[in-house]
Design a protein around this ligand. Sequence first.
Ligand code: NAD
Ligand code: MG
Length: 297
Amino acid sequence: MTDQYTLQDPTTMYADIDTEAQYQEGAGLDAKLQDKADHGEKTYRGSGRLSGRKALVTGGDSGIGAAVAIAYAREGADVAISYLPEEEEDAQRIVGLIEEAGRTAIAIPGDIVDAAFCRELVATAVEGLGGLDILVNNAGKQQFRETLDEVSDDQFDETFKTNVYAMFWITKAALPHLKPGSAIINTSSIQAYSPSEMLVDYATTKASINTFSKGLAQQLAPKGIRVNVVAPGPIWTPLQTAGGQPPEKLPSVGEQTPLGRWGQPAELAPAYVFLASNESSYVVGETLHVNGGMPTP
Ligand code: NAD
Ligand code: MG
């Protein structure tokens, strides 16, 4: 069993996950992922690092967000997750895992491309959790296109609305509820630094997320609210199989990293736990790279 606590060679971890070419329509479901991802279900051990905290994790139904939701619950936080209505099956599985950890789970389906829904999402989370002190903006859209010509105006708009505008709307709505000691964590990407030719629109949103976060971090630090970023490398999630990459490239995507393999969602969770907990009390406006060793500026 691969876990985060036993001494292991990181180049050979997850050798049993064999990512084959596969394709899903829409947002992509974890339930339909042929080669199962690891969200730490069987391995993540909490130690009270987020006791009594109240977290909203967007895109908490699958992939990185699901691993974060599980870890947060096991660290003692109540967790609200947002997701698209068609992802109910994935979301309910994560709700079950949060509840198994003895914490409150709030499931909030809806489309964050809609500003009104983003405000409603925060209100529902605050009401259900009885407050809010951790916000993880993690939901994202990634669709590869070989040429700029193939990036429709609608795709460009939806990618920016999902990745950038929603982060703005949700953060703005959350701010009145965040007391000193609260943390905001945004999900960027290696794409912000090393954009792929097929992900021009997506990579641009991820650079925007970095810049937004570094600016806002300075604005909110004097109020005792810390903003930080996690920038993942290639991670095995439904987004990748739902048009995030050309299907035939999936088996080889992780090979470009110095560790020579895909990362798993479970390997991201500790970074989000660290940035949410008071262990990172002097860490502000930082980007934590979890990318298998690819150099970043
Ligand atoms: P994922 O598909 O498991 O999660 C993305 C989630 O975003 C979905 O589950 C969905 O609930 C949510 N979402 C998308 N569009 C939405 C909309 N319009 N309304 C509401 N929710 C919506 O994939 P993931 O890879 O875990 O993605 C999480 C984050 O990590 C994204 O921001 C992604 O850009 C980022 N990221 C992923 C990788 C990777 O290799 N997988 C690398 C770098 C960054
Ligand atoms: Mg999902």
